[in-house]
Design a protein around this ligand. Structure first.
Ligand code: IPE
Ligand code: IPE
Ligand code: MG
Length: 253
């Protein structure tokens, strides 16, 4: 696994420990269906998995953990299921915020706030405010999040600056657009894990995932645990990140 010979300056980089892990927590419904339980029970058990994984993330020295908890497209689900998911978010923040804060977790939220119920917005802001000075682990909650919408919003802000004469269109490059994404200070995910065997991004971090390593695991989210996270990280450690450069073995000569 050692990559000691890889010169960082060549752009090749293989590392055992990702700084930023993002997770598409999928399969709650199928987990429940396989047990003859209502989908809501799968979501409830999914929150327990989330607690385990947050704890495991800081034990493993991960600095940023992003979780996909509700997508812009999840509004197409039945109202009862949306109600269950929002209820779980409310309960998660109310029950877990104090513990997260005590454990040095900084909560960040990405996604569209407009149109959300005011008590949800208040809870999200409270979580961000209370934990803003914490540095041990950044828990980035993607809620009502869609990558296309995030990029379109950034484009809109840039277009407005151009229309108001405050920006030269020639200054719009990838860095400029990236600055207007929801959390521009957070580094791109090194590793994106999706549970439940599905192999797609479903509108999650599509800009930021340009050079992320993708690991798809067959287990449904309620069964995901520290061992599963460690094994995804081990898989990440076996990958060679090249960022468009040359393979490590071919560099330096
Ligand atoms: C993930 O589980 C939770 C959310 C998308 C909110 P699903 O609810 O998508 O579960 P499956 O994919 O139907 O099994
Ligand atoms: C992605 O899962 C969204 C979340 C995990 C919150 P979905 O279950 O909504 O994705 P698709 O519909 O299978 O692509
Ligand atoms: Mg799903």
């Amino acid at each position: 696994m050692s990559n000691a010979a890889a010169p960082a300056s060549q752009g090749a980089d293989r590392t055992d420990s990702p700084l930023h892990v993002a997770v598409i927590m999928d399969g709650n419904g199928r987990w429940a269906a396989a047990r003859g339980l209502p989908r809501a029970e799968g979501h409830r058990r999914g929150v327990e998995a989330l607690r385990r994984v947050v704890r495991a993330a800081h034990e493993l020295g991960i600095l940023y953990l992003t979780i996909f908890s509700f997508s812009s497209e999840n509004w197409s689900r039945p109202a009862t299921e949306i109600g269950d998911l929002f209820g779980l978010l409310r309960r998660f923040i109310r029950n877990d915020l104090a513990t997260l804060h005590r454990d040095g977790v900084r909560v960040r939220v990405i996604g569209e706030r407009q149109g959300l119920e005011s008590d949800i917005c208040a809870l999200l802001s409270e979580a961000e405010e209370l934990t803003r000075d914490n540095t041990r682990l950044n828990l980035v909650v993607a809620f009502n999040y869609g990558s296309r919408q995030e990029i379109a919003n950034a484009a809109q802000r840039l277009a407005r600056e151009v229309a108001e004469g405050r920006r030269d269109p020639a200054s719009i490059d990838a860095d400029a657009l990236g600055q207007y994404l929801d959390a521009p200070d957070i580094p791109d995910p090194d590793l994106i894990i999706r549970t439940s065997g599905e192999q797609r991004l479903s509108n999650f971090l599509m800009w930021q995932a340009a050079y992320s390593e993708l690991v798809f695991v067959p287990v449904h989210w309620p069964d995901f645990d520290k061992a599963a996270l460690e094994s995804a990280i081990a898989e990440y450690g076996r990958r060679e990140r090249r960022f468009g450069g040359l393979a490590a073995a071919k560099t330096g000569s």
